[in-house]
Ligand binder design. Structure first.
Ligand code: ADE
Ligand code: ZN
Length: 338
């Protein structure tokens, strides 16, 4: 590892963009398949990894939804979450805001409550063993319709005080933010935060509409916002957090190489960018692998890496006191590295 990557690895950080279903490593996929008597279309872990070759988002989504089929019981969701949090803690993640896709599970007959109870058990374990705090973000699958999203929000109501925000993920192009205007409005009335994937493959208008129609607090990805200078100025002025995912962008061909990644341009434009892993089991790396890949390009300074970690706390669904505490820990780390 380069000095910069080592420095980045030690930074206390928050992860704000990780799909818990995307942390399902092939080894755990096989174990859960065996435990639950589920057949998977792969003979070995190596065969699973070899299948992870994508040219666009939809290639990945097809295999990701199939992988999730091994998740059946509360214990499965708990073990999935524990495995992620253990890995995140090793990367000095102090706070994580995890997406989950309830429709992927309820559509297979898995009760919403099973998913929630399992994830909450994993979150409690992370707090107890690592002091790692976490929040849940319920994502609506944007390839499904508004009615299905409303049904999901209804199923979530008994758990509403355990959910920080709603999000929007899955196939972006052809499923614009406006499709979910009413359900995001209903979520806001329930007191939930709002985030949305936008500008990953979709055009800058989707980023603008996520802000104006869905009234989001953060934009997930946001890469294509850079095509619109007026939008960039607005995102900077309003200090909108972008949850950027470099290795995901590489694996889904959103960028041609890590060297071509726009993260440096985002920071130079004054955008509140953060570094995240998205679906680490599928894209070849957890949050520190993403920091290392970017650090190794040489396009960022130490100060930039500190800014990225600082932004991750500033953009979190945490109260001011918690944010201040995390920023003080970040400053202490930096002081030890001088
Ligand atoms: N679901 C899981 N990962 C995703 C991504 N990167 N974009 C859209 N939907 C997703
Ligand atoms: Zn994502």
């Amino acid at each position: 590892m380069t000095d910069l990557a080592t420095f980045a690895a030690g930074l206390p950080k928050a992860e704000l963009h990780v799909h818990i279903e995307g942390t399902l490593e092939p080894e755990l996929m096989f174990e859960l398949a065996r435990r639950n008597g589920v057949t998977i279309p792969f003979a070995s872990v190596d065969e699973v990894r070899a299948a992870y070759s994508f040219t666009r988002l939809q290639d990945f989504l097809d295999i990701y939804y199939r992988g999730a089929d091994v998740l059946r019981t509360e214990a499965d969701f708990r073990d999935l979450a524990i495995a992620y949090f253990d890995r995140a803690a090793a990367d000095n993640v102090r706070h994580a805001e995890i997406f989950f896709d309830p429709q992927t599970h309820t559509d297979r007959g898995i009760p919403f409550d099973t998913v929630m109870a399992g994830l909450l058990a994993g979150m409690a374990d992370a707090e107890a063993r690592h002091g790692l705090s976490s929040r849940l973000i319920l994502c609506f699958l944007r390839h499904l319709d508004e009615e299905a999203a409303f049904a999901t929000l209804k199923a979530a109501e008994p758990w509403i005080d355990r959910i920080a925000a709603v999000g929007l993920d899955s196939s972006e192009v052809g499923n614009p933010p406006a499709k979910f205007e009413r359900v995001f409005g209903a979520a806001a009335l329930l007191g939930l935060g709002r985030v949305a994937h936008a500008g990953e493959e979709g055009p800058p208008e989707y980023v603008r509409d996520a802000l104006d129609v869905l009234l989001v607090d953060r934009i997930d990805h946001g890469n294509r916002a850079l095509e619109d200078p007026v939008l960039v100025t607005r995102l900077a002025r309003e200090a909108i957090t972008l949850t950027v995912c470099p290795l995901s962008n590489l694996k889904l061909c959103v960028v041609d190489s890590v060297d071509a990644h726009p993260i440096a341009r985002m920071l130079r434009a004054g955008l509140r960018a953060t570094i995240n892993s998205d679906d680490p089991a599928y894209f070849g790396g957890y949050v520190n692998d993403n920091f290392a890949a970017i650090a190794d390009t040489g396009m960022l300074s130490r100060a930039d890496l500190i800014t990225l970690a600082r932004n991750s706390f500033l953009g979190a669904f945490l109260d001011d006191e918690a944010i201040t505490g995390h920023l003080a820990a970040l400053d202490s780390y930096v002081d030890t590295q001088r």
